[in-house]
Every structure is written in C-alpha cells, then in structure tokens.
Write a protein that binds this ligand. Structure first.
Ligand code: ZN
Length: 180
C-alpha cells in the first residue's frame, strides 16, 4: 500500500464530497483513514502457511469443529465492512493444528478486499493445502454494512455462505450442521 497516495486520495475524496479539508475534525482524517486501511488490508498478499505448517499427530476419525470465530472484512464492491462469525470443521487425516491457528488463518483472508463467498472458499482451500485433512467445511455468517447501512437497510440481516472441500462424510456433516 502506498500510504502517501492513499492520504492524497482521501483528501481528494473529501474535496470532491464538498468538504473543507481545513475543518478541525477533518485535519487528521486522511492520515487516519490511511492507517485504518493499512490495518484492514494487512492480510493482502499473505498466506496462512506460517500458521498451518506446524501440525500435530492425532487419531483419525471424528471431526474438529471451531465455531464462532469473529471476523471483520472489507467488501470489495463498496469498500465497506462486513463482519460476523465463521465456523471451521475438518475431518483430520492423522494431523491436527493448534486451535488458535484456525482463527489466524481467518484473519489472513479477512484482512483484504474481499467477497464473503471467496473468503469462505479461501479458508477451506488453505486448510486443505497445508493440513491435508480428509475434508473441510467452512460456514460463514455475516452482516454487510453495504446492505444494512445503505441500499435496502435490512438491519441485522445475515448472509450465509458454505464451502466444503475433500471428503466430508455425510453423518459428520449433519452432526456439524446440527451444532451450528
Ligand atoms: Zn458491499
């Protein structure tokens, strides 16, 4: 990210919106917005390899479910936040990963310009790539501020996306869905 360019762009945006850049409340705004974007897009170009490469031996069979992983991301259509929770379930094939690493994996893909569908798929594919489980299932439930603060203004409406990869045996899949 070119910080100086972002600052300039925010100044231009404020001017285009008819604002006075010298107004007290706006003086530091371009710099603050640039810093906010640096954090919100900090996952750009990263992979979750560093979080998923250390695995531990575990008995196969059964399922690991980590749910209610809170996240916030930025919708690439409107540059507005969407946020909610993600559940990750996988059927280990002899290897598991530390539970906090799943949340870190979510962060890598949430902190960039995103679409909820792609976020859900990327998390699942990255877990397949590094953890090589029998199967993985990711469920994401999110509120999009581009829908709740503008447009149809349906406060509290949620969008749910589901993505699975590999082999996820039907009884375990049902069990997971029941727990969510
Ligand atoms: Zn949007």
């Amino acid at each position: 990210m070119d910080r100086e360019k972002v600052i300039k762009a925010v100044e231009n945006l404020l001017e285009a919106l008819g604002e006075d850049l010298n107004r007290e409340g706006l003086k530091e705004t371009p710099r603050r917005v640039a810093d906010a974007y640096a954090e919100l897009l900090s996952g750009e170009g990263k992979s979750a390899e560093e979080h998923l490469k250390r695995t531990f031996t575990a008995k196969s069979g059964g399922v690991v479910l980590e749910k209610d992983i809170w996240f916030s991301s930025t919708c690439e259509h409107h540059l507005m936040p969407f946020f909610g929770k993600i559940a990750i379930a996988y059927v280990p094939d002899g290897r598991v990963v530390g539970l906090s690493k799943l949340a870190r994996t979510v962060e890598v893909f949430a902190k960039r310009l995103q679409l909820q569908e792609r976020l859900t798929a990327q998390i699942a594919e990255e877990i397949m790539r590094y953890l090589k489980p029998q199967g993985v299932l990711v469920v994401c439930e999110a509120e999009h501020t581009c829908m709740t603060c503008r447009g149809i203004k349906k406060a509290g409406s949620a969008t749910v996306t589901v993505y699975s990869a590999g082999e996820f045996p039907e009884p375990l899949r049902e069990e997971v869905m029941r727990l969510l």
